[in-house]
Design a protein around this ligand. Structure first.
Ligand code: UD1
Ligand code: MG
Length: 463
């Protein structure tokens, strides 16, 4: 995105910090928020600005971080082997930046900053103006404070540990996010000193340098505190998750979805919804999910990468993953649709039924306790209670085809590969291993017999 001034924009994300307070083996920037690494949130938002280039300064957890985000669209990874401060971190990216550009600096542990706010910040910067995102805080403890002069102009930033008692009373905090003309940034970073309370090269010291060099410093106060919250420990991680959850639930409700409890629905990906959708409590959406008009999702369901068409009722306790469900179908309670389940219209899947890599045509039913795997199931087929498709011989998976209107009896086993003809009926308790002809009753179980004159043994009396 060219800034308003027409200057090209690059982005640098600082992500080398260790995150000791997480007390975790997973590097801080890989800790998941809404199912996605913190750093990935920042990268995805950054990319919405269509920068000319995107650089990540990494250090702790080095290769692991790079690997986890290999497909995120980062132009260059800049190693900061030793964490000597935010100014030193930005220095590691300097060789990758062009003098004529503006650079937006983001933090890998401030995941919820919005693209709109960033655009507004970029618009304030120019060839001789830097811009700075600040935040008004009730409790600014830990933040760098924004020191303004009597006319309200920003003069410098003082870090908490270097601040006087008076400066600590300032409620305007530094978010760390800023936009700086690269040419000036290069000059200022070269002059940073680490003679401060933490012995670090502070990026924040460039503000005073800008003022000295008569480069404008344009502040922008963040519209909400939540979007600039940083994550340092698991407590803050949960707080941010709650903010994220609330924001997504709000979007859903504004789009017309009935959300029974906005604090108990998690959207960890993209969720597209039709009209009059209803979502009950404790539902988790992951990946890419689409719900058609009037879809009803009962409590305690997990839906991942799936498409649920109009008028489907997903009853409580269902897990649906990489599946499609046709209009008017009824799923659950307690059903599991696994990858490759493709259900046509008005299919019924009942309790304790698992469907994997199988298509089920219109009106097919499997209402109780069944496994349908690697099968093509015809229209109006009735899979009886306890039917198992034995698709796996211990080495390979095999396919099963069941013709339209066939019925499988309770507790039958269909040993794949096998074909069941149209309109066939399989007797209860059958184990079928060969083609089942259409239109007939096939029974494959031991014949029932009754022994006349049989006597139940009687107890032997001990002497
Ligand atoms: C920094 C700011 C402070 C601001 C606060 C907001 C400085 C000197 N201070 O303080 O004004 O209020 O953020 O949260 O900039 N990082 C590196 N390499 C380093 C050091 C840090 O990559 O050598 C990264 C961290 O991973 C993190 C970010 O920079 O993403 C901020 O570092 P952190 O140590 O949290 O800075 P603060 O002391 O909180
Ligand atoms: Mg911090």
């Amino acid at each position: 995105m060219p800034a308003q001034s027409g200057i090209a924009l690059s982005i640098v994300i600082l992500a080398a910090g260790q995150g000791k307070r997480m007390k975790s083996d997973l590097p801080k920037v890989l800790q998941p928020l809404a199912g996605k690494p913190l750093l990935r949130h920042v990268i995805d938002t950054a990319r919405q600005l269509q920068p000319e280039s995107l650089h990540v300064v990494y250090g702790h957890g080095g290769e692991r971080v790079r690997e986890a985000l290999a497909t995120a669209g980062v132009s260059s990874w800049c190693l900061q082997a030793e964490q000597l401060g935010t100014g030193h971190a930005v220095q590691q990216a300097l060789p990758a930046l062009r003098d004529g550009d503006l650079v937006l600096i983001l933090y890998g542990d401030v995941p919820l900053v919005s693209a709109d706010t960033l655009r507004a910040l970029v618009a304030l910067a120019g060839p001789k103006t830097m811009s700075l995102l600040t935040v008004m805080l009730d409790d600014p403890t830990g933040y760098g404070r924004i020191v303004r002069d009597a006319r309200g102009k920003v003069r410098r930033i003082v870090e908490q540990k270097d601040a006087t008692v008076r400066e600590r009373k300032i409620r305007e905090g530094n978010t760390g996010v800023m936009v700086v003309p690269v040419k000036w940034l290069r000059r200022w970073l070269g002059k940073l000193k680490n003679s401060n309370a933490q012995g670090e090269y502070y990026l924040t010291d460039i503000i005073a340098m800008a003022v000295r060099d008569k480069v404008g410093v344009a502040p922008l106060v963040a519209p909400t505190g939540a979007e600039v919250l940083g994550v340092n420990d698991k407590l803050q991680l949960a707080e941010l998750e709650a903010h994220y959850r609330a924001a997504r639930a709000r979007e859903l409700m504004l789009a017309g979805v009935t959300v029974v409890d906005p604090a108990r629905v998690d959207v960890r990906g993209t969720l597209r919804t039709g009209r009059d959708v209803f979502i009950d409590a404790n539902v988790v959406f992951e990946g890419d999910v689409e719900l058609g008009d009037r879809v009803h999702v009962g409590p305690n369901c997990v839906l991942r990468d799936c498409r649920i068409e109009h008028d489907v009722r997903v009853q409580s306790h269902c897990v649906i993953e990489e599946a499609t469900v046709g209009p008017g179908s009824i799923i659950g309670p307690f059903a599991r649709l696994r990858p490759g389940a493709a259900l046509a219209a008005e299919v019924h899947i009942g309790n304790f039924v698992e469907v994997k890599n199988s298509s089920m045509a219109q009106g097919a039913k499997a209402n109780h306790l069944a496994y349908v795997g690697d099968a093509t199931v015809g229209a109006r087929v009735n899979i009886g209670a306890g039917t198992i498709i034995a698709n796996y011989d211990g080495a390979n998976k095999h396919h099963t085809t069941i013709g339209d209107d066939a019925h499988t009896g309770s507790n039958s086993v269909l040993v794949a590969p096998i074909t069941v003809g149209e309109g066939a009926t399989i007797g209860a308790g059958s184990t079928v291993t060969r083609t089942v002809p259409p239109g007939k009753l096939t029974v494959a179980r031991a014949k029932q017999l009754t022994l006349d004159g049989w006597k139940r043994p009687s107890k032997v009396r001990k002497p």
